[in-house]
Design a protein around this ligand. Sequence first.
Ligand SMILES: NC(=O)c1ccc[n+]([C@@H]2O[C@H](COP(=O)([O-])OP(=O)(O)OC[C@H]3O[C@@H](n4cnc5c(N)ncnc54)[C@H](OP(=O)(O)O)[C@@H]3O)[C@@H](O)[C@H]2O)c1
Length: 323
Amino acid sequence: MELRAEIDQTGSPEVIQLKPFTLKSPGPGEVVVRHKAIGVNYTDIYYRNGTYPQASLPGKLGHEAAGFVEAIGQGVSHVKEGDRVVYVVASPGCYSTARVVSADVLLKIPSELDFEMAAGMLLKGMTVSYLFKRVANLQPFHKVLFHAAAGGTGLIAMQWARMMDVEITGTVSSEEKKELAKNYGAANVINYARENFVEQVRDITQGRGVDVVFDSVGASTFYQSIQSLKKYGLMVSYGNASGKVSAFDLGLLSGHLFITRPTLWSYVGTRKELEVTFGELLQLVMLNKIRIPIYQKKPLQDVVTLHKLMEERRTTGCSILTV
Ligand SMILES: NC(=O)c1ccc[n+]([C@@H]2O[C@H](COP(=O)([O-])OP(=O)(O)OC[C@H]3O[C@@H](n4cnc5c(N)ncnc54)[C@H](OP(=O)(O)O)[C@@H]3O)[C@@H](O)[C@H]2O)c1
């Protein structure tokens, strides 16, 4: 019996229910992927609690999964039955035992990469890649501030910054998370639950501020993040874990600062962009230059518990559901 997570209404983790469903046959250009591991992202919480709208209700959840190609539709040529694949898609629905998706989104994975690693790394790893390389064009002489440094995206970002020789300061909400972010490559870590991070950043940068702030926390950090920038600095607002940023006066940019609100979908929208971004990430993981820290792993049936832990800030690193 096929199972998938559905929500009849948006709200707390308890709105998630696992329901049986009938898997369709793949249409032209489509495939069935039999899921083995599902990546859990903070974005899934936005779709569950209503921060991001569902196309209709009952709604579905989940944007990435890894598994086997089980069936292919007409005209599909770049994958075949039995191939090991991973994929990420904008429309929710990956919290399921299997899914019909467009073959265009599938990326083949080598036998040395297990499904759990593949599902843990794709969305978050490609996010760090596009943020660092394409949005901010980071260089070794840059100093940056990165919020939620001990999270899934955060621990990948700490390693990537160290690899690029960029001085990265992370923020976290506990002393345990501070230690973790340091171990993964942060040059400095600030506990933003206790310390004023604007002051700390001024101290670290001899009063100048940082070149770039990567802010996925949103409402509770937005204004202070902008205050942490140096002249001509760039504010990258790419998430809303504490709530969405409300309308603000552009005068806040003081006549010289830059701001952007990017999404992964805009940076892997073409097959070429997707292949190049994934190809580089895969290589870094296979060469052990980037470690994928999977610190929460639960069966699909425990999805409610995992959502609770994540929302209560009790997770670190990456989280996956297994099938
Ligand atoms: N735009 C994009 O392309 C894109 C792509 C991927 C991810 N994202 C965003 O990046 C962020 C990280 O995603 P992730 O999946 O790797 O999650 P994550 O970092 O593992 O978890 C979210 C973290 O946010 C921090 N946080 C701060 N304020 C919070 C609050 N009020 N409630 C809950 N958590 C709070 C917590 O860390 P502390 O306890 O240390 O504060 C928490 O662990 C999310 O905001 C996500 O939406 C954006």
